[in-house]
Design a protein around this ligand. Structure first.
Ligand code: HEC
Length: 207
């Protein structure tokens, strides 16, 4: 009697095991088919790269997640200078922002520009606040973001100049239109900043 019961149990568990492997094989097959179909579609030019048509939800999720994770990982070891609230840094950052960033990211009291309206992904309006830490902002400004229009400013600007911009960005959401205009008017010119920052450059680099 117990012999029959044992055989019955073995048959039962082996059919359970084989249906498990069938499900795994089915899932792998479906995944491989999906990858092949996507690759054929990409190669046939079916994916629309136009900036006036949004990404599908799946592609949007993939790019958004890749961007968030990539920035968080790379910014994790960056040491933030302690003088980010210095008036000199903020003034230098204001001048650079008005020159190099406002065209895409806008500023208090500024209408949307032709450039900002055509960008996809959109350049966030940084005066409305930004969820990034100072280290993450530094990393993004220095290295840029592929295939978005956000340039790598570190190619042409020293780390110190990039930190000046970060210092300004920390203040930006609190500025009224008049505050912003006054800061930009008082800001040193681009050449003055370059000159000053190249002199103080020996003080060390971060990433
Ligand atoms: C030609 C347009 C353009 C210019 C000029 C530009 N950016 Fe960007 N920037 C973008 C776009 C587009 C994004 C969004 C990228 C994305 O969503 O992946 C972006 C993203 C960013 C982000 C990340 C914001 C977030 O919350 O995701 C920061 C910070 C930033 N830019 C700062 C700057 C600063 C500072 C400057 C000037 C030194 C600047 N950008 C100049 C287009 C621009």
């Amino acid at each position: 009697m117990s012999q029959i019961w044992r055989e019955e149990r073995m048959r039962h568990s082996s059919s359970k095991a084989s249906s498990f492997w069938l499900i795994v094989l089915g899932a792998i097959g479906a995944l491989v088919t999906a990858i092949i179909i996507s690759l054929v579609g990409v190669y046939a030019g079916l994916y629309n790269v136009a900036a006036d048509v949004p990404h599908s939800q799946a592609v949007y999720w993939l790019l958004e997640t890749a961007r968030e994770q990539s920035i968080a990982k790379r910014a994790a070891d960056i040491r933030v200078p302690r003088d980010l609230d210095s008036a000199d840094r903020i003034a230098s950052g204001a001048g650079q922002y008005a020159n190099m960033c406002a065209n895409c990211h806008l500023a208090p009291g500024m209408e949307r520009t032709e450039m900002s309206r055509g960008l996809y992904p959109r350049a966030p309006e940084l005066h409305r606040g930004n969820h990034m830490s100072a280290a993450e902002e530094f990393w993004v400004i220095k290295h840029g973001i592929k295939a978005t229009g956000m340039p790598a400013w570190g190619v042409t600007h020293s780390d110190d100049m990039v930190w000046d911009i970060v210092a300004f960005l920390r203040k930006l959401p609190d500025l009224s239109t008049d505050d912003y205009k006054a800061l930009v008017e008082k800001a040193p010119s681009h050449d003055e900043i370059v000159e000053e920052r190249t002199e103080s450059e020996s003080s060390g680099h971060s990433h």
